[in-house]
Design a protein around this ligand. Structure first.
Ligand code: ADP
Ligand code: MG
Length: 611
Protein backbone atom coordinates (compact mmCIF):
# COMPACT_ATOMS: atom_id res chain seq x y z
CA UNK A 1 0.00 0.00 0.00
CA UNK A 2 1.20 3.49 -0.86
CA UNK A 3 2.04 5.91 1.92
CA UNK A 4 -0.95 8.05 2.64
CA UNK A 5 0.04 10.27 5.54
CA UNK A 6 0.93 13.85 4.62
CA UNK A 7 1.86 16.86 6.69
CA UNK A 8 -0.80 19.53 6.55
CA UNK A 9 0.34 22.72 4.89
CA UNK A 10 1.15 25.43 7.43
CA UNK A 11 -1.77 27.65 6.63
CA UNK A 12 -4.22 24.78 7.11
CA UNK A 13 -2.62 23.75 10.38
CA UNK A 14 -2.73 27.37 11.53
CA UNK A 15 -6.38 27.72 10.68
CA UNK A 16 -7.23 24.60 12.62
CA UNK A 17 -5.22 25.72 15.61
CA UNK A 18 -6.77 29.17 15.35
CA UNK A 19 -10.21 27.68 15.79
CA UNK A 20 -9.25 26.62 19.27
CA UNK A 21 -8.07 30.02 20.38
CA UNK A 22 -10.51 32.20 18.48
CA UNK A 23 -14.08 31.11 18.73
CA UNK A 24 -15.71 34.46 18.29
CA UNK A 25 -14.89 38.17 18.25
CA UNK A 26 -14.86 38.19 22.04
CA UNK A 27 -11.88 35.80 22.02
CA UNK A 28 -9.92 38.35 19.98
CA UNK A 29 -10.90 41.07 22.44
CA UNK A 30 -9.67 38.97 25.35
CA UNK A 31 -6.32 38.13 23.75
CA UNK A 32 -5.59 41.67 22.60
CA UNK A 33 -6.57 43.22 25.92
CA UNK A 34 -4.43 40.74 27.80
CA UNK A 35 -1.45 41.44 25.58
CA UNK A 36 -1.92 45.15 26.22
CA UNK A 37 -1.94 44.54 29.99
CA UNK A 38 1.12 42.28 29.74
CA UNK A 39 2.90 45.08 27.89
CA UNK A 40 2.53 47.26 30.99
CA UNK A 41 0.06 49.75 29.52
CA UNK A 42 -1.63 52.35 31.67
CA UNK A 43 -4.25 53.31 29.08
CA UNK A 44 -6.02 50.85 26.80
CA UNK A 45 -8.63 51.61 24.18
CA UNK A 46 -10.94 49.02 22.66
CA UNK A 47 -12.74 49.82 19.43
CA UNK A 48 -15.35 47.48 18.07
CA UNK A 49 -17.50 47.62 14.95
CA UNK A 50 -20.45 45.35 14.22
CA UNK A 51 -19.91 43.42 17.40
CA UNK A 52 -16.34 42.70 16.34
CA UNK A 53 -17.29 41.04 13.08
CA UNK A 54 -15.91 43.94 11.06
CA UNK A 55 -13.34 45.31 13.47
CA UNK A 56 -11.73 44.67 16.82
CA UNK A 57 -8.97 47.12 17.59
CA UNK A 58 -6.93 47.55 20.74
CA UNK A 59 -4.65 50.53 21.17
CA UNK A 60 -2.29 50.61 24.14
CA UNK A 61 0.52 52.75 25.49
CA UNK A 62 2.61 49.80 26.65
CA UNK A 63 6.18 48.95 25.93
CA UNK A 64 5.66 48.23 22.22
CA UNK A 65 7.77 45.98 20.02
CA UNK A 66 10.93 46.28 18.01
CA UNK A 67 10.68 45.67 14.28
CA UNK A 68 11.99 42.12 14.61
CA UNK A 69 9.70 41.32 17.50
CA UNK A 70 6.75 42.75 15.63
CA UNK A 71 7.34 40.33 12.76
CA UNK A 72 8.04 37.44 15.06
CA UNK A 73 5.00 38.01 17.23
CA UNK A 74 2.80 36.46 14.54
CA UNK A 75 4.69 33.16 14.52
CA UNK A 76 3.33 30.23 16.45
CA UNK A 77 4.97 29.72 19.85
CA UNK A 78 6.50 33.16 19.62
CA UNK A 79 6.34 34.60 23.10
CA UNK A 80 8.44 36.91 25.18
CA UNK A 81 6.84 35.64 28.36
CA UNK A 82 8.48 32.30 29.08
CA UNK A 83 11.82 30.91 28.08
CA UNK A 84 11.97 27.64 29.96
CA UNK A 85 9.40 25.16 31.09
CA UNK A 86 10.16 26.14 34.71
CA UNK A 87 8.94 29.67 34.02
CA UNK A 88 5.46 28.21 33.78
CA UNK A 89 5.41 27.94 37.55
CA UNK A 90 6.21 31.57 38.19
CA UNK A 91 3.88 33.21 35.71
CA UNK A 92 2.80 36.75 36.34
CA UNK A 93 1.54 37.41 32.84
CA UNK A 94 -1.69 36.50 31.10
CA UNK A 95 -0.21 35.06 27.94
CA UNK A 96 2.60 32.59 27.66
CA UNK A 97 1.76 30.24 24.84
CA UNK A 98 2.59 32.55 21.98
CA UNK A 99 -0.46 31.38 20.11
CA UNK A 100 -2.88 34.26 20.05
CA UNK A 101 -1.42 36.53 17.41
CA UNK A 102 -0.48 33.60 15.16
CA UNK A 103 -4.04 32.31 15.39
CA UNK A 104 -5.68 35.66 14.82
CA UNK A 105 -3.33 36.40 11.92
CA UNK A 106 -4.38 33.16 10.22
CA UNK A 107 -8.07 33.98 10.07
CA UNK A 108 -8.39 37.74 9.66
CA UNK A 109 -6.88 40.86 8.14
CA UNK A 110 -4.58 42.28 10.79
CA UNK A 111 -2.89 45.67 10.91
CA UNK A 112 -0.31 46.22 13.61
CA UNK A 113 1.41 49.50 14.35
CA UNK A 114 3.94 49.38 17.16
CA UNK A 115 6.85 51.30 18.54
CA UNK A 116 9.13 50.58 21.47
CA UNK A 117 10.90 53.88 21.27
CA UNK A 118 10.30 57.40 22.41
CA UNK A 119 11.34 58.90 19.07
CA UNK A 120 8.06 57.99 17.45
CA UNK A 121 9.58 55.66 14.89
CA UNK A 122 7.68 52.42 14.61
CA UNK A 123 6.74 49.47 12.46
CA UNK A 124 3.56 48.88 10.54
CA UNK A 125 2.75 45.32 9.51
CA UNK A 126 -0.18 44.03 7.52
CA UNK A 127 -1.09 40.42 7.70
CA UNK A 128 -3.63 38.43 5.70
CA UNK A 129 -4.52 34.80 6.16
CA UNK A 130 -1.31 34.09 8.05
CA UNK A 131 1.03 35.89 5.65
CA UNK A 132 2.76 39.20 6.13
CA UNK A 133 1.73 41.25 3.09
CA UNK A 134 3.49 44.49 3.93
CA UNK A 135 5.90 45.97 6.41
CA UNK A 136 6.75 49.65 6.65
CA UNK A 137 8.46 52.13 8.84
CA UNK A 138 6.02 54.58 10.30
CA UNK A 139 5.72 57.27 12.92
CA UNK A 140 3.71 56.53 16.01
CA UNK A 141 3.59 56.91 19.77
CA UNK A 142 5.22 54.33 21.94
CA UNK A 143 2.82 51.47 22.28
CA UNK A 144 0.90 49.12 20.06
CA UNK A 145 -2.26 49.21 18.02
CA UNK A 146 -3.60 45.98 16.59
CA UNK A 147 -6.65 46.09 14.34
CA UNK A 148 -8.30 42.79 13.49
CA UNK A 149 -10.65 43.12 10.53
CA UNK A 150 -13.09 40.75 8.87
CA UNK A 151 -12.67 37.92 11.29
CA UNK A 152 -13.07 34.45 9.70
CA UNK A 153 -13.12 36.02 6.22
CA UNK A 154 -11.39 32.89 4.93
CA UNK A 155 -13.49 30.40 6.89
CA UNK A 156 -17.08 31.16 5.84
CA UNK A 157 -18.44 28.30 7.91
CA UNK A 158 -17.07 29.88 11.07
CA UNK A 159 -18.30 33.29 10.08
CA UNK A 160 -21.79 32.01 9.45
CA UNK A 161 -21.72 30.33 12.80
CA UNK A 162 -21.46 33.66 14.62
CA UNK A 163 -24.52 34.79 16.49
CA UNK A 164 -26.42 38.05 16.14
CA UNK A 165 -24.56 41.28 16.85
CA UNK A 166 -26.40 41.60 20.12
CA UNK A 167 -25.14 38.24 21.30
CA UNK A 168 -21.58 38.74 20.12
CA UNK A 169 -21.43 42.20 21.66
CA UNK A 170 -22.60 40.78 24.96
CA UNK A 171 -19.72 38.29 24.88
CA UNK A 172 -17.32 41.12 24.14
CA UNK A 173 -18.67 43.17 27.02
CA UNK A 174 -18.24 40.17 29.33
CA UNK A 175 -14.59 39.78 28.37
CA UNK A 176 -13.99 43.50 28.61
CA UNK A 177 -15.52 43.68 32.07
CA UNK A 178 -13.42 40.79 33.31
CA UNK A 179 -10.17 42.39 32.21
CA UNK A 180 -11.26 45.84 33.37
CA UNK A 181 -12.22 44.59 36.82
CA UNK A 182 -8.98 42.67 37.18
CA UNK A 183 -6.95 45.81 36.46
CA UNK A 184 -8.53 48.85 38.07
CA UNK A 185 -5.19 50.65 37.90
CA UNK A 186 -5.35 50.70 34.11
CA UNK A 187 -7.63 53.14 32.32
CA UNK A 188 -9.97 51.64 29.72
CA UNK A 189 -12.06 53.14 26.96
CA UNK A 190 -14.49 51.09 24.94
CA UNK A 191 -16.14 52.32 21.76
CA UNK A 192 -18.82 50.36 20.02
CA UNK A 193 -19.82 51.49 16.52
CA UNK A 194 -18.44 54.91 17.25
CA UNK A 195 -20.18 55.49 20.56
CA UNK A 196 -18.53 55.24 23.92
CA UNK A 197 -19.80 52.29 25.91
CA UNK A 198 -17.35 52.52 28.81
CA UNK A 199 -14.94 55.14 29.99
CA UNK A 200 -13.09 53.77 32.97
CA UNK A 201 -10.43 55.98 34.51
CA UNK A 202 -7.61 54.33 36.44
CA UNK A 203 -8.82 54.01 40.02
CA UNK A 204 -9.27 51.58 42.91
CA UNK A 205 -11.25 48.39 42.72
CA UNK A 206 -14.35 49.75 44.43
CA UNK A 207 -14.65 52.67 42.06
CA UNK A 208 -13.94 50.39 39.12
CA UNK A 209 -16.86 48.15 40.07
CA UNK A 210 -19.08 51.20 40.41
CA UNK A 211 -17.96 52.60 37.05
CA UNK A 212 -18.61 49.27 35.36
CA UNK A 213 -21.93 48.40 36.97
CA UNK A 214 -23.45 51.78 37.62
CA UNK A 215 -23.64 54.28 40.50
CA UNK A 216 -26.22 52.39 42.52
CA UNK A 217 -23.74 49.54 43.01
CA UNK A 218 -21.74 51.49 45.56
CA UNK A 219 -24.12 51.17 48.48
CA UNK A 220 -24.42 47.44 47.88
CA UNK A 221 -20.77 46.58 48.40
CA UNK A 222 -19.30 45.07 51.54
CA UNK A 223 -15.50 44.79 51.61
CA UNK A 224 -13.84 41.44 52.18
CA UNK A 225 -10.28 41.33 53.44
CA UNK A 226 -8.29 38.36 54.72
CA UNK A 227 -4.66 37.44 54.63
CA UNK A 228 -3.25 34.03 55.46
CA UNK A 229 -0.06 32.22 54.54
CA UNK A 230 -1.82 30.44 51.69
CA UNK A 231 -3.87 33.17 50.15
CA UNK A 232 -4.73 36.83 50.32
CA UNK A 233 -8.42 37.47 49.76
CA UNK A 234 -9.70 40.93 48.93
CA UNK A 235 -12.61 42.49 47.12
CA UNK A 236 -16.31 42.87 47.75
CA UNK A 237 -19.50 40.96 48.14
CA UNK A 238 -22.92 42.49 47.68
CA UNK A 239 -25.17 42.83 50.68
CA UNK A 240 -27.56 39.92 50.97
CA UNK A 241 -30.65 42.01 50.33
CA UNK A 242 -29.36 42.73 46.85
CA UNK A 243 -29.05 39.07 45.91
CA UNK A 244 -30.49 38.53 42.47
CA UNK A 245 -33.01 36.03 41.27
CA UNK A 246 -30.85 35.23 38.34
CA UNK A 247 -27.13 34.76 38.62
CA UNK A 248 -25.79 38.15 39.41
CA UNK A 249 -22.34 39.53 38.94
CA UNK A 250 -20.00 36.86 40.16
CA UNK A 251 -16.32 37.32 39.63
CA UNK A 252 -13.30 35.48 40.92
CA UNK A 253 -9.86 36.67 40.00
CA UNK A 254 -6.83 34.62 40.83
CA UNK A 255 -3.62 36.58 40.52
CA UNK A 256 -5.59 39.12 38.49
CA UNK A 257 -6.87 36.52 36.07
CA UNK A 258 -10.61 35.94 35.78
CA UNK A 259 -11.52 32.36 36.60
CA UNK A 260 -14.57 30.20 37.12
CA UNK A 261 -14.56 27.68 39.90
CA UNK A 262 -17.77 26.07 41.10
CA UNK A 263 -16.18 24.80 44.30
CA UNK A 264 -15.07 28.26 45.41
CA UNK A 265 -18.37 29.67 44.21
CA UNK A 266 -20.00 27.30 46.62
CA UNK A 267 -17.78 28.55 49.41
CA UNK A 268 -19.07 32.07 48.87
CA UNK A 269 -22.73 31.17 48.49
CA UNK A 270 -22.58 29.00 51.58
CA UNK A 271 -21.39 32.02 53.56
CA UNK A 272 -24.69 33.65 52.58
CA UNK A 273 -26.71 30.71 53.82
CA UNK A 274 -29.70 31.82 55.82
CA UNK A 275 -29.21 35.41 54.72
CA UNK A 276 -30.66 35.20 51.26
CA UNK A 277 -33.76 33.58 49.95
CA UNK A 278 -33.68 30.31 48.11
CA UNK A 279 -32.97 30.61 44.45
CA UNK A 280 -31.32 33.96 44.75
CA UNK A 281 -27.66 34.52 44.07
CA UNK A 282 -25.25 36.87 45.77
CA UNK A 283 -22.99 39.06 43.66
CA UNK A 284 -19.31 39.09 44.43
CA UNK A 285 -16.02 40.47 43.17
CA UNK A 286 -13.26 38.55 44.89
CA UNK A 287 -9.55 38.64 44.30
CA UNK A 288 -7.36 35.78 45.45
CA UNK A 289 -3.63 36.19 45.47
CA UNK A 290 -1.76 32.93 45.68
CA UNK A 291 1.74 31.75 45.01
CA UNK A 292 1.82 31.14 41.22
CA UNK A 293 3.50 27.78 41.81
CA UNK A 294 0.48 26.57 43.80
CA UNK A 295 -1.86 26.73 40.83
CA UNK A 296 -1.87 24.87 37.57
CA UNK A 297 -2.21 27.51 34.91
CA UNK A 298 -1.14 25.15 32.19
CA UNK A 299 -4.64 25.28 30.91
CA UNK A 300 -6.03 26.02 27.52
CA UNK A 301 -5.87 29.75 26.79
CA UNK A 302 -9.59 30.08 26.26
CA UNK A 303 -10.54 28.16 29.36
CA UNK A 304 -11.20 29.94 32.59
CA UNK A 305 -10.90 26.95 34.90
CA UNK A 306 -7.94 26.65 37.15
CA UNK A 307 -6.61 23.98 39.50
CA UNK A 308 -5.41 24.75 43.00
CA UNK A 309 -3.06 22.66 45.10
CA UNK A 310 -5.16 22.91 48.20
CA UNK A 311 -8.75 23.68 47.35
CA UNK A 312 -10.13 22.59 50.71
CA UNK A 313 -8.13 25.14 52.64
CA UNK A 314 -9.06 27.84 50.15
CA UNK A 315 -12.70 26.92 50.51
CA UNK A 316 -12.60 27.28 54.28
CA UNK A 317 -10.68 30.55 54.20
CA UNK A 318 -12.95 32.08 51.60
CA UNK A 319 -16.12 31.05 53.36
CA UNK A 320 -15.05 32.41 56.69
CA UNK A 321 -13.71 35.62 55.17
CA UNK A 322 -17.05 36.34 53.53
CA UNK A 323 -19.00 35.36 56.65
CA UNK A 324 -16.81 37.59 58.73
CA UNK A 325 -17.42 40.57 56.47
CA UNK A 326 -21.14 40.06 56.40
CA UNK A 327 -21.16 39.85 60.19
CA UNK A 328 -18.83 42.76 60.72
CA UNK A 329 -20.83 45.06 58.56
CA UNK A 330 -23.91 43.98 60.36
CA UNK A 331 -25.79 43.23 57.25
CA UNK A 332 -27.36 40.07 58.55
CA UNK A 333 -29.94 41.20 61.13
CA UNK A 334 -31.81 43.72 59.02
CA UNK A 335 -33.24 40.97 56.90
CA UNK A 336 -36.76 39.90 57.47
CA UNK A 337 -37.96 36.98 55.47
CA UNK A 338 -41.16 36.32 57.29
CA UNK A 339 -42.74 39.42 56.07
CA UNK A 340 -46.44 39.49 56.69
CA UNK A 341 -48.06 38.99 53.38
CA UNK A 342 -51.13 40.75 54.70
CA UNK A 343 -49.14 43.94 54.63
CA UNK A 344 -48.47 43.52 50.96
CA UNK A 345 -50.51 45.34 48.44
CA UNK A 346 -53.56 43.22 47.94
CA UNK A 347 -53.80 41.60 44.63
CA UNK A 348 -56.62 43.10 42.69
CA UNK A 349 -57.26 41.16 39.68
CA UNK A 350 -59.49 43.58 37.89
CA UNK A 351 -56.71 45.85 36.67
CA UNK A 352 -54.73 43.01 35.23
CA UNK A 353 -57.27 41.17 33.21
CA UNK A 354 -56.17 39.94 29.84
CA UNK A 355 -58.98 41.52 27.96
CA UNK A 356 -59.95 44.77 29.53
CA UNK A 357 -59.17 47.45 27.02
CA UNK A 358 -61.57 50.03 28.41
CA UNK A 359 -59.66 52.40 30.61
CA UNK A 360 -61.41 55.33 32.09
CA UNK A 361 -59.28 58.41 32.03
CA UNK A 362 -60.58 61.63 33.38
CA UNK A 363 -59.47 64.12 30.78
CA UNK A 364 -60.56 66.97 32.94
CA UNK A 365 -58.41 65.82 35.77
CA UNK A 366 -56.38 68.60 37.26
CA UNK A 367 -53.86 67.57 39.88
CA UNK A 368 -53.94 70.99 41.43
CA UNK A 369 -57.62 70.98 42.07
CA UNK A 370 -58.56 70.76 45.70
CA UNK A 371 -60.24 67.39 45.44
CA UNK A 372 -58.58 65.29 42.81
CA UNK A 373 -60.73 62.68 41.20
CA UNK A 374 -58.73 59.99 42.87
CA UNK A 375 -60.60 56.91 41.88
CA UNK A 376 -60.60 57.83 38.27
CA UNK A 377 -57.06 58.79 37.64
CA UNK A 378 -55.01 56.32 39.56
CA UNK A 379 -54.46 52.90 38.22
CA UNK A 380 -51.69 51.81 40.48
CA UNK A 381 -52.33 48.63 42.37
CA UNK A 382 -52.34 50.16 45.79
CA UNK A 383 -55.00 52.69 45.05
CA UNK A 384 -57.39 50.39 43.33
CA UNK A 385 -60.31 49.52 45.51
CA UNK A 386 -63.06 47.07 44.80
CA UNK A 387 -66.14 49.11 44.19
CA UNK A 388 -69.10 47.05 45.20
CA UNK A 389 -69.70 43.73 43.60
CA UNK A 390 -66.83 42.25 41.71
CA UNK A 391 -68.97 41.49 38.75
CA UNK A 392 -69.29 45.17 38.04
CA UNK A 393 -65.58 45.30 37.59
CA UNK A 394 -65.69 42.96 34.70
CA UNK A 395 -67.46 44.91 32.08
CA UNK A 396 -66.44 43.44 28.81
CA UNK A 397 -65.41 40.19 30.38
CA UNK A 398 -68.75 38.44 30.34
CA UNK A 399 -67.51 36.12 27.70
CA UNK A 400 -65.09 34.39 29.96
CA UNK A 401 -67.87 33.69 32.41
CA UNK A 402 -69.34 31.41 29.84
CA UNK A 403 -67.73 28.27 31.11
CA UNK A 404 -69.44 26.07 28.57
CA UNK A 405 -67.29 27.58 25.87
CA UNK A 406 -64.16 26.29 27.51
CA UNK A 407 -62.66 22.99 26.76
CA UNK A 408 -60.46 21.94 29.57
CA UNK A 409 -59.10 18.71 28.22
CA UNK A 410 -59.92 16.40 25.42
CA UNK A 411 -61.92 14.21 27.77
CA UNK A 412 -65.52 13.56 26.85
CA UNK A 413 -66.98 16.76 28.12
CA UNK A 414 -70.63 16.98 27.39
CA UNK A 415 -72.28 20.26 27.95
CA UNK A 416 -70.89 22.50 30.60
CA UNK A 417 -67.59 21.70 32.16
CA UNK A 418 -68.31 23.55 35.35
CA UNK A 419 -71.29 22.92 37.53
CA UNK A 420 -74.02 25.15 36.17
CA UNK A 421 -75.59 26.01 39.46
CA UNK A 422 -72.25 27.17 40.85
CA UNK A 423 -71.37 29.29 37.92
CA UNK A 424 -71.03 32.65 39.53
CA UNK A 425 -71.74 31.89 43.11
CA UNK A 426 -68.97 32.72 45.51
CA UNK A 427 -68.70 29.15 46.68
CA UNK A 428 -67.11 27.90 43.49
CA UNK A 429 -63.54 28.67 44.43
CA UNK A 430 -61.50 28.17 47.52
CA UNK A 431 -57.93 29.20 48.26
CA UNK A 432 -55.76 26.53 49.78
CA UNK A 433 -52.67 27.50 51.79
CA UNK A 434 -52.37 30.82 49.96
CA UNK A 435 -51.09 28.78 47.09
CA UNK A 436 -53.76 26.86 45.23
CA UNK A 437 -57.21 27.72 43.99
CA UNK A 438 -59.55 24.80 44.25
CA UNK A 439 -62.72 24.77 42.23
CA UNK A 440 -65.30 22.27 41.11
CA UNK A 441 -65.76 21.03 37.59
CA UNK A 442 -68.36 18.69 36.32
CA UNK A 443 -66.19 15.62 36.58
CA UNK A 444 -64.79 16.47 39.99
CA UNK A 445 -62.39 19.18 40.98
CA UNK A 446 -59.46 21.14 39.70
CA UNK A 447 -56.55 22.43 41.76
CA UNK A 448 -54.80 25.43 40.24
CA UNK A 449 -51.41 26.83 41.17
CA UNK A 450 -52.25 30.53 41.57
CA UNK A 451 -48.82 31.87 40.71
CA UNK A 452 -48.40 29.82 37.57
CA UNK A 453 -51.95 30.48 36.47
CA UNK A 454 -51.47 34.20 36.77
CA UNK A 455 -48.15 33.98 34.95
CA UNK A 456 -49.93 32.34 32.03
CA UNK A 457 -52.63 34.99 31.95
CA UNK A 458 -50.19 37.88 32.14
CA UNK A 459 -47.76 36.28 29.72
CA UNK A 460 -50.36 36.06 26.99
CA UNK A 461 -51.57 39.55 27.71
CA UNK A 462 -48.09 41.03 27.45
CA UNK A 463 -47.09 39.01 24.46
CA UNK A 464 -50.18 40.23 22.68
CA UNK A 465 -49.47 43.80 23.64
CA UNK A 466 -45.89 43.60 22.49
CA UNK A 467 -46.61 41.94 19.20
CA UNK A 468 -49.82 43.68 18.21
CA UNK A 469 -48.83 46.88 20.01
CA UNK A 470 -51.67 48.05 22.08
CA UNK A 471 -50.54 48.17 25.65
CA UNK A 472 -52.27 50.95 27.49
CA UNK A 473 -50.19 53.33 29.42
CA UNK A 474 -50.68 55.53 32.45
CA UNK A 475 -48.94 58.85 32.44
CA UNK A 476 -46.76 59.60 35.40
CA UNK A 477 -47.32 62.86 37.18
CA UNK A 478 -43.60 63.17 37.78
CA UNK A 479 -41.09 61.55 35.43
CA UNK A 480 -39.24 58.60 36.91
CA UNK A 481 -35.45 58.84 36.70
CA UNK A 482 -33.73 55.49 36.98
CA UNK A 483 -29.98 54.97 37.05
CA UNK A 484 -28.31 52.17 35.14
CA UNK A 485 -24.87 51.25 33.90
CA UNK A 486 -24.11 52.28 30.35
CA UNK A 487 -24.36 48.69 29.15
CA UNK A 488 -27.77 48.34 30.73
CA UNK A 489 -28.86 51.58 29.13
CA UNK A 490 -27.77 50.24 25.79
CA UNK A 491 -29.72 47.01 26.32
CA UNK A 492 -32.80 48.91 27.38
CA UNK A 493 -32.63 51.18 24.39
CA UNK A 494 -32.47 48.14 22.15
CA UNK A 495 -35.68 46.92 23.74
CA UNK A 496 -37.31 50.32 23.67
CA UNK A 497 -39.91 49.47 21.02
CA UNK A 498 -41.04 46.31 22.72
CA UNK A 499 -41.15 48.01 26.07
CA UNK A 500 -43.22 50.84 24.65
CA UNK A 501 -45.67 48.34 23.30
CA UNK A 502 -46.32 47.11 26.81
CA UNK A 503 -47.16 50.64 27.86
CA UNK A 504 -43.84 52.17 28.87
CA UNK A 505 -43.15 55.66 27.60
CA UNK A 506 -39.54 56.79 27.66
CA UNK A 507 -38.66 60.42 27.56
CA UNK A 508 -34.95 59.96 27.12
CA UNK A 509 -32.02 57.61 27.38
CA UNK A 510 -29.03 59.41 28.80
CA UNK A 511 -25.57 58.20 29.69
CA UNK A 512 -26.56 56.49 32.92
CA UNK A 513 -30.20 57.45 33.37
CA UNK A 514 -33.47 56.65 31.72
CA UNK A 515 -36.37 58.99 32.13
CA UNK A 516 -39.75 57.30 32.11
CA UNK A 517 -42.94 59.29 31.76
CA UNK A 518 -45.47 56.52 31.23
CA UNK A 519 -45.84 52.97 32.50
CA UNK A 520 -48.16 50.08 31.69
CA UNK A 521 -51.50 50.42 33.45
CA UNK A 522 -51.19 47.24 35.35
CA UNK A 523 -47.97 47.92 37.18
CA UNK A 524 -47.30 50.38 39.93
CA UNK A 525 -44.57 52.95 39.93
CA UNK A 526 -42.63 51.11 42.59
CA UNK A 527 -42.55 47.98 40.47
CA UNK A 528 -40.94 49.64 37.48
CA UNK A 529 -37.37 49.38 38.71
CA UNK A 530 -37.90 45.77 39.73
CA UNK A 531 -39.25 44.83 36.33
CA UNK A 532 -36.42 46.55 34.47
CA UNK A 533 -33.75 45.04 36.73
CA UNK A 534 -35.21 41.61 36.23
CA UNK A 535 -35.38 42.18 32.52
CA UNK A 536 -31.73 43.17 32.36
CA UNK A 537 -30.57 40.19 34.32
CA UNK A 538 -32.70 37.85 32.22
CA UNK A 539 -31.14 39.34 29.12
CA UNK A 540 -27.68 38.90 30.50
CA UNK A 541 -28.28 35.23 31.07
CA UNK A 542 -29.85 34.52 27.78
CA UNK A 543 -29.70 36.96 24.98
CA UNK A 544 -32.56 36.61 22.57
CA UNK A 545 -31.55 36.05 19.00
CA UNK A 546 -34.61 37.28 17.21
CA UNK A 547 -37.39 39.77 17.60
CA UNK A 548 -39.82 37.13 18.59
CA UNK A 549 -37.65 35.76 21.33
CA UNK A 550 -37.11 39.29 22.54
CA UNK A 551 -40.86 39.78 22.83
CA UNK A 552 -41.18 36.39 24.43
CA UNK A 553 -38.51 37.10 26.97
CA UNK A 554 -39.93 40.49 27.82
CA UNK A 555 -43.37 38.97 28.33
CA UNK A 556 -41.85 36.25 30.47
CA UNK A 557 -39.92 38.69 32.60
CA UNK A 558 -42.95 40.86 33.15
CA UNK A 559 -45.26 38.00 34.00
CA UNK A 560 -42.68 36.50 36.32
CA UNK A 561 -42.19 39.76 38.17
CA UNK A 562 -45.78 40.90 38.27
CA UNK A 563 -47.75 37.72 38.77
CA UNK A 564 -49.39 37.07 42.09
CA UNK A 565 -47.18 34.84 44.20
CA UNK A 566 -47.55 31.88 46.42
CA UNK A 567 -48.37 33.24 49.84
CA UNK A 568 -50.65 36.01 48.67
CA UNK A 569 -54.21 35.97 49.84
CA UNK A 570 -56.71 36.25 47.01
CA UNK A 571 -60.25 37.32 47.63
CA UNK A 572 -63.09 35.45 46.07
CA UNK A 573 -63.45 37.83 43.18
CA UNK A 574 -59.79 37.54 42.30
CA UNK A 575 -59.91 33.76 42.59
CA UNK A 576 -62.85 33.54 40.24
CA UNK A 577 -61.39 35.96 37.77
CA UNK A 578 -58.13 34.09 37.79
CA UNK A 579 -59.87 30.83 37.00
CA UNK A 580 -61.94 32.42 34.26
CA UNK A 581 -59.05 34.17 32.65
CA UNK A 582 -56.80 31.16 32.90
CA UNK A 583 -59.18 29.02 30.94
CA UNK A 584 -59.58 31.76 28.37
CA UNK A 585 -55.86 31.58 27.55
CA UNK A 586 -54.44 29.63 24.67
CA UNK A 587 -52.73 27.11 26.85
CA UNK A 588 -54.11 26.93 30.37
CA UNK A 589 -52.28 23.75 31.25
CA UNK A 590 -48.66 24.88 31.30
CA UNK A 591 -47.03 28.02 32.61
CA UNK A 592 -44.75 30.09 30.36
CA UNK A 593 -41.92 28.34 32.18
CA UNK A 594 -43.17 24.90 31.24
CA UNK A 595 -44.57 23.97 34.61
CA UNK A 596 -48.00 22.36 35.03
CA UNK A 597 -50.63 24.88 36.11
CA UNK A 598 -53.40 22.68 37.40
CA UNK A 599 -54.34 19.13 38.19
CA UNK A 600 -57.78 17.60 38.06
CA UNK A 601 -59.28 14.96 40.26
CA UNK A 602 -62.41 13.16 39.16
CA UNK A 603 -65.12 12.04 41.51
CA UNK A 604 -64.22 8.44 40.67
CA UNK A 605 -60.66 9.05 41.73
CA UNK A 606 -61.86 10.54 44.96
CA UNK A 607 -64.31 7.66 45.40
CA UNK A 608 -61.47 5.21 45.00
CA UNK A 609 -59.55 6.77 47.83
CA UNK A 610 -62.50 6.12 50.11
CA UNK A 611 -62.60 2.41 49.37
P1 ADP B 1 1.63 35.41 24.37
O1 ADP B 1 0.82 36.53 24.88
O2 ADP B 1 1.14 34.09 24.82
O3 ADP B 1 3.09 35.59 24.59
P2 ADP B 1 0.74 36.35 21.79
O4 ADP B 1 0.60 35.66 20.50
O5 ADP B 1 -0.48 36.91 22.43
O6 ADP B 1 1.44 35.34 22.79
O7 ADP B 1 1.80 37.49 21.63
C1 ADP B 1 3.08 37.18 21.17
C2 ADP B 1 4.10 38.16 21.66
O8 ADP B 1 3.90 39.40 21.02
C3 ADP B 1 4.01 38.45 23.14
O9 ADP B 1 4.75 37.54 23.92
C4 ADP B 1 4.59 39.87 23.22
O10 ADP B 1 5.99 39.82 23.30
C5 ADP B 1 4.23 40.47 21.87
N1 ADP B 1 3.07 41.34 21.98
C6 ADP B 1 1.78 41.03 21.64
N2 ADP B 1 0.96 42.06 21.86
C7 ADP B 1 1.70 43.06 22.36
C8 ADP B 1 1.43 44.41 22.79
N3 ADP B 1 0.17 44.92 22.77
N4 ADP B 1 2.47 45.16 23.25
C9 ADP B 1 3.72 44.65 23.28
N5 ADP B 1 4.04 43.39 22.89
C10 ADP B 1 3.06 42.60 22.43
MG1 MG C 1 -1.14 36.92 24.46
Amino acid sequence: MADIIQLLPDHVANQIAAGEVVQRPASVVKELLENAIDAGSSEVMLIVKDAGKTLVQVVDNGKGMSTTDARLSFSRHATSKIKMAEDLFQLHTKGFRGEALASIGAIAHVEMVTSDEEDQIGTEIRMEGGKIVSQEVTTCQRGTSIAVKNLFYNIPARRNFLKSNQVELRHIIDEFQRVALAHPGVGFDFYNNGSELFKLPATNIRQRIVHVFGPKTNEKLVPVEEETGVVKVSGFVCKPEFAKKTRGEQFFFVNDRFIKNSYLHHAVTSAFEGLIKDQTHPSYFLFLDVDPSSIDINIHPTKTEIKFDDEHTLYAILRSAVKHSLGQFNVAPILDFDRDSNLDTPYNYEGRSASMPAIEVDVNFNPFEKEPAKEKMSFSRSSRKPSGSWEQLYVGLEKSNDFSAIELESEEVTGSLFEKENEVSEATTYQLHKKYIVTTIKSGMVIIDQQRAHQRVLYEEYLKNITVQKGVSQQLLFPLNLNFSSVDIQLLSEMKDSLENTGFVFESFEKDTVVIIGIPINISESEVAIVLDQLLSDFQNEIPDSNFSQADMLAKTMCKTLAVRTGEVLNKASQEALVNNLFATKDPSVSPFHKPIYITMTVEEIDKRFL
